[in-house]
Design a protein around this ligand. Structure first.
Ligand code: FE2
Length: 303
């Protein structure tokens, strides 16, 4: 049948305990041993010890063993070494240095979440009532892992690996710089961008709406203001609201809501954008550390 989602990621960090406390504050449910679950996606994050921060593993869920066999053929056709044990396939993309594990997994089923009633000019949908968001008093709980953004030292090679090999589809591109790729109906589940060293730029986690982004980020910043990176804003590519924070290892984490969804491939035309237009529609100015993370020189030195 098809690829249908990201299953889980494994992030290597120097200090697992400190980083785990951050992801607990972020709203992921701790399962023990550095593993975490989202509300709808189940176990989706594992933290493991590593000398420097990196994405060590990316899981992609498929429907059946025909998918695994087809992906194995495609990767072998590209000259990529594939390890296959039963219905699980493992291969490494050299450009991002990420181990990709393709396995049969159940699709995520998300309960329909009604949009909160809102008033507008000439439109009173919330009658004689205060906004429902005011009554939210429990911590934000991300619904699922949405996407991962990786720096690649060989963008064309990584595009071949993920598009022609694994089977991701292209949603939009920034010419010569980056590709927004999907393995589900989400506009992007993976962004591969040009970088001087293989690195994890950010992981992104879906929440219900822009109120949940605001509530989640402000709670994170109340606990530690140095976690702030960039937000609140709305992206241009993907359209989503965003707020980026930073974990103790230096990985950015994004709360997002209202991402474009591509349900019918025939009805979506991928765009080619220039870098200036592509980043955001509105929001605070982009901090330089978002474009070039503070530890970039250190990561390059280590590589
Ligand atoms: Fe993102």
């Amino acid at each position: 049948m098809a690829l249908h989602r990201l299953t889980s990621i494994t992030i290597g960090v120097p200090d697992v305990a400190t980083t785990a406390a951050y992801y607990r504050d972020f709203g992921l449910a701790p399962l023990g041993d550095g593993r975490f679950a989202t509300a709808d996606g189940g176990e989706q994050l594992a933290l493991v010890g590593a000398p420097r921060r990196r994405l060590s593993q990316l899981g992609v869920g498929v429907d059946d063993r025909d998918d695994v066999a087809r992906i194995a053929r495609q990767l072998v056709g590209l000259g990529v070494a594939v390890e296959r044990i039963a219905d699980t396939l493992t291969a490494v993309d050299p450009g991002t240095r990420v181990r990709v594990v393709v396995a049969i997994a159940p699709r995520i089923v998300q309960a329909e979440t009604p949009q909160a009633a809102a008033n507008g000019p000439g439109r009173i949908d919330r009658v004689n009532e205060r906004a429902a968001a005011l009554a939210r008093d429990v911590g934000v709980r991300p619904r699922k892992l949405g996407h991962v953004v990786l720096g690649s030292t060989d963008v064309q090679g990584s595009e071949r690996f993920f598009i022609d090999g694994i089977g991701f589809k292209v949603s939009d591109t920034i010419a010569g710089l980056a590709s927004f790729l999907r393995c589900s109906t989400d506009h992007h589940n993976l962004l591969v961008q040009r970088a001087p060293v293989a690195l994890l730029h950010h992981t992104s986690w879906q929440v219900d709406d822009v109120d949940e982004i605001g509530r989640g980020a402000t709670a994170m910043l109340a606990a530690d203001p140095t976690r702030h990176v960039w937000g609140l804003g709305r992206h241009h590519i993907g359209s989503n609201f965003f707020w980026y924070l930073k974990d103790p290892a230096g990985n950015f984490t994004e709360y997002y809501a209202d991402l474009d969804c591509i349900v019918d491939d025939q009805l979506w035309t991928p765009g080619v954008w220039d870098a200036a237009k592509s980043l955001y529609s509105w929001g605070p100015p982009v901090p330089p550390s978002f474009l070039a993370p503070d530890d970039l020189a250190e990561l390059m030195g280590a590589a």
